[in-house]
Design a protein around this ligand. Structure first.
Ligand code: PRP
Ligand code: URA
Length: 208
């Protein structure tokens, strides 16, 4: 059953604090995004299908398990790129496909500028984007992934606003949301409060 999961683990709380702090420099910000992405990926992979394989240990032969699905990781450019290598580390066989959106500064609507998908879709997709604010980018991302033909989709994000969760649940109730934190609200510029500011600018050191 698709769901909204907010990680409550002490390590998540701990690493989120310095991620949010205004004076955390870009290299530490990227490290914290990476640590939190490892924890999100661990949670998101809990229900992946397995198949039995025969393994010969130095002692005997046994029935062991391995993943039994084609899994696609789909970072949403730019900020989602900060999460993808952590997810790949835990799932080395995952495919990585890309979608690019930026938010129009006035309307806050997502504008698509990149899409790199194969002809045949994976069985399961994890969309990676640290911020779920109005939910516009996530909804458009899910639209694209569904059009591609993926049947099972989860969104992994570091911080989610209630407004974005509501929009994604209404538009795509079949998509699970796994997040490190559900924050209070959006401000008038559609930034998450308390949030962490602009994730893409902090990852890529492009704050002006
Ligand atoms: C950020 C973020 C999401 C989007 C969330 O990207 O990474 O993609 O905003 O906002 P929404 O839920 O209101 O759509 P941004 O547009 O800042 O682009 P960037 O990753 O290139 O910085
Ligand atoms: N995108 C960000 O990077 N931060 C927000 O708070 C909202 C959208």
């Amino acid at each position: 059953m698709p769901e909204v999961v907010e990680l409550k683990h002490p390590l998540v709380q701990h690493h989120l604090s310095s991620l949010r702090a205004e004076d955390t420099p870009p290299h530490l910000f990227r490290e914290q995004i990476r640590r939190l992405s490892l924890l999100l990926t661990y949670e998101a992979t809990a229900g992946l299908p397995l198949r039995t394989v025969q393994v010969k240990t130095p002692m005997t032969t046994m029935q062991a398990m391995e993943l039994d699905c084609r899994l696609g990781l789909i970072p949403i450019l730019r900020a989602g790129l900060g999460m993808s290598s952590a997810a790949q580390e835990l799932i080395p066989q995952a495919e990585v496909w890309h979608l690019g959106f930026y938010r129009d500064e006035e309307t806050h609507q997502p504008v698509q500028y990149y899409r790199k998908f194969s002809e045949s879709p994976p069985d399961i997709a994890f969309i990676l984007d640290p911020m779920l604010a109005t939910g516009g980018s996530a909804c458009e991302g899910v639209n694209e992934v569904k059009k591609w033909g993926v049947k099972k989709i989860s969104l992994l994000c570091i911080i989610a606003a209630p407004e974005g969760i509501e929009k994604l649940r209404e538009t795509h109730p079949d998509v699970s949301i796994i997040t490190c934190a559900i924050d209070e609200r959006l401000n008038q510029n559609a930034y998450i409060i308390p949030g962490l500011g602009d994730a893409g600018d902090r990852i890529f050191n492009t704050l002006e």
